[in-house]
Design a protein. Structure first.
Length: 266
């Protein structure tokens, strides 16, 4: 049985606590939730033991999840360093904070760095993660079990790949929301009520996802199945091509990767 401490109980921190309980990874008494905002205590009580400070209690937990904001990293790591134990494994989801930085600030070697995304809140997330070379294989497998409770996981040997993961899947939900929003707005321009337009677009996206996920055809073949010669879809595709939509999306994702690399050097 795991004993898990979660430092930082915003949306992702509480997502993990809920997922661990739902999947019977831990019982409520085996979760320690550390949140500096004392007003959050009542909200967090159903999911574990609650504290607003990092202190001696954390020594009794085998896994520590860091889900604080990256800008709070210095203060949090300085406090944690006073109490961290050699046997403990640290899983960090703080964007841009490297394994090397975590090891130096904590004076600790067993570190796993992960990049989840927001669909984890529904158990439909995807998390890329990597581990310090000093981390034991059994601790990597334990981390995989924990991260899997919120969706799927992909392990990377090269930490630099997490910058691409951040750009692709970490930021990825926002890209889809932008497309959905544009489609809803197009529906409104064509005279469809916003609520109806939203229903048409969201269900179309939902259905397209499931078809893509279950079809044996390639994505190109799925596009061709909709875009008949001289038809309406082809007209839209031609306009997308004129506006370099594909290139714009790819360039945007590459810009996100560049920014992730910059943040990791701060």
């Amino acid at each position: 049985m795991f004993k898990i401490a979660i430092i930082g109980c915003g949306s992702m921190g509480i997502t993990y606590a809920k997922a661990f309980l739902k999947n019977n990874i831990v019982t409520q008494k085996d979760i320690l939730l550390i949140e500096k905002n004392a007003e959050a205590k009542e909200r967090l009580k159903p999911f574990g033991n609650v504290s607003n400070v990092i202190d001696e209690k954390i020594k009794g937990f085998d896994t520590i999840i860091l889900s604080t904001k990256p800008q709070d990293a210095k203060v949090v790591l300085l406090e944690l360093r006073k109490f961290i134990q050699a046997h403990q494994t640290v899983i960090s989801i703080m964007a841009g904070v490297t394994i090397k930085a975590l090891q130096q600030e904590l004076n600790h070697t067993s570190i796993i760095r992960a990049m989840p995304n927001t669909p984890a809140q529904l158990g439909m997330g995807i998390t890329g993660f990597c581990a310090a070379k000093e981390t034991k294989i059994q601790d990597i497998l334990k981390a995989d079990n924990l991260l899997n409770t919120t969706g799927k996981t992909v392990f990377f040997e090269n930490e630099e790949k997490l910058d691409a993961v951040t750009a692709l899947s970490g930021s990825g939900p926002a890209y889809f929301y932008i497309i959905v929003n544009a489609m809803i707005e197009a529906g409104k321009k064509m005279g469809i009520e916003e609520s109806v337009s939203a229903m048409l677009v969201k269900q179309t996206m939902n259905g397209a996802f499931h078809l893509m996920n279950n079809a044996e055809s390639s994505i190109d073949d799925l596009i061709k199945a909709v875009a008949s010669k001289g038809g309406t879809t082809e007209a839209a595709m031609q306009k997308f091509s004129e506006l370099n939509l594909n290139e714009a999306i790819m360039e945007g994702i590459l810009a996100a990767e560049k920014r992730a690399k910059e943040l990791s050097k701060i």
